[in-house]
Each structure stands twice: as structure tokens, then as C-alpha cells.
Design a protein around this ligand. Structure first.
Ligand SMILES: [Zn+2]
Length: 140
């Protein structure tokens, strides 16, 4: 998690673009117990700037799981794939949300992001399932 100051106006722009939902797991901040983080999509450690095009709204679990990661290692393929970029990529092109709350990958980017961000933790999937059934999950 970055300690860089993010101006209030920029934070508002990101939150608005994200429709106040985590841009990785789709859970709205209104149902979260902890405040959401502004994530550097390309981490500062990797030279990512603090600008709109490199920032995303992330829940605590996604942000802490992602850390400074920008890629995932696919073991059988022996290759690195970049992670999902909420500013450039469309969620539904990389992921499919099942009614039981589990997220299926549609692409290697989706697969790697699910792994690194631990998106299919059983508890997280269960929360998404309940939110989905109540129509409270973020747009995809
Ligand atoms: Zn999340």
C-alpha cells in the first residue's frame, strides 16, 4: 500500500470512475467494513505514477493481496502475464462472475489476477454471492 498523498480531487475522480466499488472484485465500498484504498495499478516500486490513468479503487483485501505486483506467473506455461488494469481493460472481457460468487477467468490476464489478488477465497466468493443475489454487486 502506497503512502503517497493522493489529492482529494483525484481520489474523488477515481471513486466516481469506479462507481464506488472495488475495481477488481466488484464489492461496493458501502458494504465494506474497512475503507477502500487507492491502488497504483503499476506500483510505485515499478515506476507507476500517481495519476488518474494509473490509479484504481480497491478494497482492502484486493489491495493488500496485490501489493506491488504487476504480473502473475503461470506455472504450466512458464510465462509472466500482466495483471488486470481497471483503467484500460473491461472487467467482463477478462472475468465471468458466477451466481455462486466465484470469478472465472476468460483470459490469462484474468487468471493471473484471480490468483495474485486471491479473488476466489471461499469467504470472498460467499460475500459476492449474497451481494449478487440482492442486486448489490458493482457493475461489470
Ligand atoms: Zn476487491
Amino acid at each position: 500500500m502506497s503512502k503517497t498523498y493522493i489529492p482529494v480531487i483525484l481520489r474523488r475522480q477515481i471513486t466516481e470512475a469506479a462507481k464506488d466499488c472495488c475495481e477488481y472484485c466488484l464489492v461496493p465500498s458501502s458494504v465494506a467494513l474497512a475503507s477502500y484504498h487507492i491502488d497504483h495499478i503499476i506500483s510505485e516500486k515499478q515506476g507507476g505514477a500517481t495519476v488518474f490513468s494509473n490509479l484504481a479503487l480497491a478494497c482492502r483485501l484486493c489491495n493488500l493481496s496485490k501489493g506491488s505486483s504487476i504480473a502473475a506467473y503461470r506455472i504450466p506455461e512458464d510465462e509472466l502475464v500482466r495483471l488486470f488494469n481497471p483503467r484500460r481493460d473491461k472487467w467482463s472481457e477478462h472475468f465471468l462472475l458466477r451466481p455462486d460468487g466465484f470469478i472465472l477467468p476468460k483470459t490469462p490476464v484474468g487468471e493471473g489476477t484471480i490468483k495474485v489478488l486471491n479473488l476466489n477465497d471461499i469467504n470472498r466468493a460467499e460475500v459476492r454471492s449474497v451481494l449478487l443475489a440482492r442486486g448489490l454487486l458493482g457493475e461489470r
